[in-house]
Design a protein around this ligand. Structure first.
Ligand SMILES: Cc1cc2nc3c(=O)[nH]c(=O)nc-3n(C[C@H](O)[C@H](O)[C@H](O)COP(=O)(O)O)c2cc1C
Length: 250
């Protein structure tokens, strides 16, 4: 399938423009638009085309009831121990996580020792940060890492298809420890497992929570390669570093 000549630039722009948005305008989102986004994202590749993604869409009164129930469970400590990171986190990633916390709570004016304010912010996850649409992504619990990878590719497609339509998102693993309660709410099948949530709507550009641009490391920090001419490689690395700096500045 042929693409317009500026397609690469457009895709790059959308990839760089996507951010995790944690405050939304009180503006509804059409069901058809949501379904269109979920449909186009399904062009994601998957191992042997197994397409292991499942999505539950919430809006209106059901979203409100769902959010209130999970917030109450959060306050009561009625959830499983979070398992999305190992303890301890590999050393190389600790600095990134610490930097995230400084930027995130700093943007919100929350002191790192203010556990009540931090918990209140975490609780906002469960109302999907006020977004008009909440998505819960699930998978058959019998599947392994590579099928979870397929689901992650699908989720990125959802976020990019949304952003290309001017719609913001925030992926939310915070839902995972609430699987038992979520499964009851959404009448999940017995083998279904909650992997992640996602807020979707129109971000509030004036909200402090949306004022952050999380930095990325340049490719030289995470790419090993072989077979290129060494001088080409040096030039490429310089160009890639410049791109990373430019992306952070945007
Ligand atoms: C799988 C996954 C789970 C995430 N879970 C949460 C979450 O529960 N709550 C939240 O506020 N942000 C969550 N995030 C957003 C990350 O904090 C964010 O992607 C990261 O800091 C980079 O910022 P950016 O998305 O704005 O570029 C999650 C992101 C991913 C990919």
């Amino acid at each position: 399938m042929s693409l317009p000549p500026d397609a690469g630039r457009c895709v790059d722009d959308v990839l760089r423009a996507r951010r995790s948005v944690r405050a939304y305008l009180p503006r509804t989102l059409e069901r058809n638009t949501v379904l269109e986004i979920l449909a186009v994202a399904a062009s994601a590749p998957s191992n042997s085309n197994t397409q292991p993604w499942r999505v539950h869409v919430l809006a209106g009164a059901p979203l409100k009831a769902f959010g209130e129930d999970l917030a109450m469970a959060f306050r009561c400590g009625d959830f499983a121990a979070p398992s999305h990171f190992p303890d301890p986190l590999p050393q190389a990633l600790c600095a990134h996580r610490a930097d995230f916390a400084v930027r995130y709570y700093g943007a919100l004016g929350i002191d790192r020792d203010d556990t009540a304010a931090r918990a209140a912010q975490t609780e906002r996850n469960f109302s999907f940060f006020g977004a008009p649409v909440g998505l819960i992504f699930s998978i058959d619990a019998r599947l392994g890492h590579h099928s979870w990878l397929d689901l992650g590719l699908y989720m990125q497609g959802v976020m990019i298809a949304a952003k290309s339509r001017g719609i913001d998102t925030c992926p939310q693993v915070s839902f995972a420890p609430f699987h038992a309660r979520i499964a009851r709410h959404l009448r999940m099948e017995s083998n279904e497992l909650t992997v992640c949530g996602m807020a979707m709507g129109f971000g509030d550009p004036a909200a402090p929570a949306n004022g952050m641009a999380m930095p990325r490391q340049g490719v030289e920090a995470f790419v090993s390669d072989a077979g290129f001419d060494v001088s080409d490689l040096q030039a490429d690395k310089t160009a890639a570093s410049q791109l990373a700096v430019q992306a952070q500045a945007e």
